[in-house]
Design a protein around this ligand. Structure first.
Ligand code: HEC
Length: 224
């Protein structure tokens, strides 16, 4: 029976002396572990080189990436109150300009001059630049019937009444603020909550305003 199949008890009673046992172990060891001499060095060198590489890269990373933070905080720019205000207004007007281009310019034209006899001008119109409630009401509910803008009569045919424009209160505030300051107009901006309160005031109204209704709501704006 070969030694690897024997229990320790059997080995002890088999009468093998120590030398024989050592020889047996050497033989068994060679069977189990094939000689590795000559193979081991290459992987060792790789392990060493990669180790160094990882080490160097980590140091480099730690230096350049703000302590390994994947998203280092943006540098916070400290704006003065004036700069913040300028930025707020710039954003509001550029939003208003985009809304105008998408929702109004097809009729009133990009230059705000409208089309003679069809679409009234917004540039220099008292409907735009006097009480901001006027233009707000017009956008919220629309406008029908004849009106006079800069001495010209518009709205003479039902087909080109101005329909209510479906945009939200903050968009309305932005586009109105833009229109009130574009093309040489020079009226103050308006805010979302003003639009909201005018919307609430006219919640019951189903149809468009007429020019006369608007004029009677804001008599001072039209008293020349
Ligand atoms: C489909 C064409 C059309 C669109 C789009 C339109 N309007 Fe009008 N708008 C008219 C017409 C037509 C009148 C005149 C209506 C009347 O007299 O009954 C008018 C009247 C007005 C008036 C009052 C008269 C004046 O010229 O000052 C204002 C202010 C106005 N529109 C603003 C706007 C704004 C702001 C938008 C975009 C949010 C807009 N309109 C979108 C056709 C349009």
């Amino acid at each position: 029976m070969s030694i690897e199949k024997m229990s320790s008890e059997e080995i002890r009673s088999s009468g093998m002396n120590d030398d024989k046992l050592v020889d047996e172990h050497v033989r068994l060891n060679e069977i189990k572990h094939e000689p590795t001499k000559g193979f081991l060095q290459a992987p060792l060198i790789f392990v060493f080189v990669f180790g160094c590489l990882i080490f160097v890269c980590s140091i480099q990373l730690a230096h350049t990436t703000n302590d390994f933070a994947l998203h280092p905080p943006d540098e916070i720019e400290e704006l003065t109150p004036d700069e913040k205000e300028a930025l707020r207004i710039e954003r509001k007007f550029s939003s208003g300009e985009k809304i105008f281009a998408a929702r109004c310019a097809s009729c009133h034209q990009t230059n705000g001059l409208g089309i003679a006899g069809q679409y009234p001008p917004l540039a220099g119109s008292e409907w735009v630049t006097s009480d901001p409630g006027i233009i707000t009401n017009i956008i919220l509910k629309g406008l029908k019937g004849e009106i006079v803008v800069k001495g010209e009569t518009y709205g003479t045919t039902a087909a080109i009444n101005m329909a209510a424009v479906a945009i939200n209160d903050s968009e309305i505030a932005n586009v109105i603020s833009y229109v009130r300051q574009a093309w040489g107009n020079n009226a103050e901006e308006i805010f979302e909550d003003e639009v909201a309160s005018i919307r609430a005031d006219s919640a019951e109204k189903q149809d468009q305003w007429t020019g006369d209704q608007i004029i009677s709501m804001y008599p001072e704006s039209f008293a020349k």
